[in-house]
Write a protein that binds this ligand. Structure first.
Ligand code: DON
Length: 564
């Protein structure tokens, strides 16, 4: 996550200049070599991914090694103390790995309310009561058991080296960490661990290095039953948290069917519940086509474009708040929710020239610490992985002796019906807290297939803005014919039903003044989003050429790799 008007000029130059990234510097496809590609949010992890692919690893190997490396170098979101989703397309088969955190077994619906039934500020966000049971190590282990070609320890080796020998944190990361000291002051041990992060100074994480070494040696059981589990539970007891040894012992990553839908001549693969992301991407893409007459001649980010998309997004968020949650706890009629008939009906409710009033948008059947990376290997296998510790350095609690941050994913539950979470989204009983339940997510690792080949691998962080950003980037490439770099770096906007009629936009790259003026006249309020949402990492296959791109507002590295 980044803040930064300082990127404005840079982004503008990139947007309007010819695309000439590292990807293109690979030039024409050489028949002697096969190409792989990565789009990764940090340069150290991108190098790790490249090395693993060159060493004969497949996309899954590279994704696991990248995930562990980011847990060291991308302190803002890379993690072993959080969870996520990995969408895999391998040997022509699509699989979805859910390693989302779960509510601890002693969690209960009202755990963040006081005696007056009011939400206690920050309790689900800061400190030891905020984390869900972490899933990342279990997820990576599962993926490796099933698809890994290289050894487990080889995939963790680069992360160990980075933690042990240190790395130079990106300036953007140093500024961001320092900005957070005050927020955690007196509440967590965040500054004890990250207080020495400085510009240009090597940063080592010796406890994390030891933890990674134990995980490399003992595998999954180290995190859920071993020394690391003991340290985590000890930390909980010391700082008033509720994750127990039993919670860790019972944690399971789950293989699920990806959400699938046909759209034009593509097959969309994306995240099923407990994410709302795939549902959001599919509804938005299809609704746009049912409104194709309305979109005819409408230019990118014009007043009418923003209005039509906001009207579609309103409806998606109304459904999200009412119907979606962990499928192990709530019945979700997903077949209906992504059926053509239903989406067409929702599209027809969109008012092309008028803002639908809040009261009229009902469910239809009646930011920031996440990161995403995309990888395609030389055999065309693809991994789209989004993982998270949720908001701003998670709970701020570091497991002492183990050196990693714990998430604050419990805030993704609806802590009280109708009360907005940190991303401003509300929920109802479908997403209330229950022991062992997975909290509703918006993460949307997505792959588009064409003739059973992965032609786009895409995802982003951004909380509730994730699937609206993924939708806009797909449309930017396919409908507005932007290069992947232009598409990932373009200005984005977002509407999520509540607050009513509020459109938020990329702070560093606002919509044109004339668009804002026209939207304001229509009755919208247009404001900068409270943080620079989105860090799209996309790989697009144009004919035989892989074109990866990273959102130029942040520090991602995208690259084509020749595999001999
Ligand atoms: O699962 C979710 O939807 C959120 N926990 C994601 C958080 C996020 O993207 C924060 N980063 N911007």
């Amino acid at each position: 996550m980044i803040n930064g008007a300082r990127f404005y000029i840079f982004v503008s130059i990139l947007l309007f200049s010819t695309f000439s990234s590292y990807a293109n510097s690979a030039g024409k496809v050489n028949p002697q070599v096969s190409q792989a590609a990565v789009a990764i949010p940090d340069k150290y992890a991108a190098k790790v991914a490249e090395d693993i692919l060159l060493a004969g690893g497949n996309a899954v190997d590279a994704a696991i090694a990248t995930g562990f490396a980011l847990a060291v170098t991308y302190i803002d979101a890379g993690n072993i103390g959080g969870g996520g989703f990995m969408l895999i397309y391998i040997d022509g088969k699509a699989l979805f790995l859910d390693y989302r955190e779960t509510a601890p077994l002693t969690a209960h619906r009202d755990m963040y309310l006081n005696d007056e039934k009011a939400v206690v500020q920050n309790l689900s966000l800061i400190g030891a009561k905020a984390p869900g049971v972490p899933g990342t190590v279990a997820g990576f282990w599962e993926a490796h058991q099933r698809f890994g070609k290289l050894s487990w320890s080889k995939l963790i080796e680069p992360a160990i080296k980075l933690a042990e020998e240190g790395f130079i944190p990106a300036n953007i990361l140093v500024d961001n960490i320092q900005d957070h000291y005050q927020r955690f002051d007196g509440l967590t041990n965040f500054k004890t661990y990250f207080g020495s992060v400085e510009h240009g100074k090597n940063f080592k994480q010796p406890e994390l290095a030891e933890t990674l070494k134990r995980i490399a040696k003992n595998g999954r059981k180290e995190f859920y039953h071993g020394e690391t589990a003991k340290l985590l539970v000890k930390q909980m007891q010391k700082s008033g948290g509720i994750i127990s040894a039993q919670d860790l012992a019972q944690y399971k990553a789950v293989w699920r069917e990806p959400l699938k839908a046909n759209w034009r001549d593509y097959q969309i693969l994306s995240s099923p519940p407990p994410s709302s992301g795939g549902f959001g991407v599919i509804q938005l893409l299809k609704m746009k086509d049912y409104l194709s007459k309305e979109f005819e001649g409408v230019t990118h980010n014009s007043e009418q474009y923003v209005h039509l998309v906001a009207e579609m997004e309103k409806r998606v968020f109304a459904d999200r708040a009412e119907y979606l949650g962990d499928p192990a706890f709530v019945d979700i009629d997903m077949t209906h929710l992504i059926s053509d008939e239903y989406i067409k009906r929702r599209a027809m409710e969109v008012k092309p020239n008028e803002i639908s009033r809040l009261e009229s948008v009902n469910p239809g059947l009646q930011s920031p610490n996440t990161t995403h990376y995309s990888i395609v290997d030389a055999d065309g296998n693809a991994v789209s992985n989004t993982y998270t510790i949720n908001w701003a350095y998670g709970s701020g609690v570091v497991v002492e002796g183990a050196g990693f941050l714990l998430n604050n994913e419990m805030d993704d539950f609806s802590v009280k019906p109708g009360v907005a979470n940190i991303f401003g989204v509300v929920g109802n009983t479908a997403n209330e807290i229950q022991p062992g339940k997975r909290m509703l997510s918006s993460m949307s690792p997505t792959i588009l297939l064409q003739d059973n080949k992965a032609v786009m691998v895409i995802g982003t962080p951004g909380g509730s803005t994730i699937f609206t950003s993924v939708f806009q980037a797909i449309v930017n490439i396919i409908d507005f014919k932007m290069t992947p770099l232009q598409a990932a770096s373009a200005s984005r906007f977002h509407h999520q039903l509540l607050p009513p009629d509020l459109i938020t936009q990329s702070p560093s790259l606002p919509l044109p003044d004339s668009t804002i003026e026209a939207l304001t006249k229509r009755g919208y309020r247009v404001e900068p989003h409270s943080w620079e949402f989105g860090d799209i990492q996309v790989i697009w296959k144009d004919g035989e050429q892989l074109i990866p791109a990273s959102d130029s507002r942040d520090r991602g590295v995208s690259k084509v790799i020749d595999i001999k």
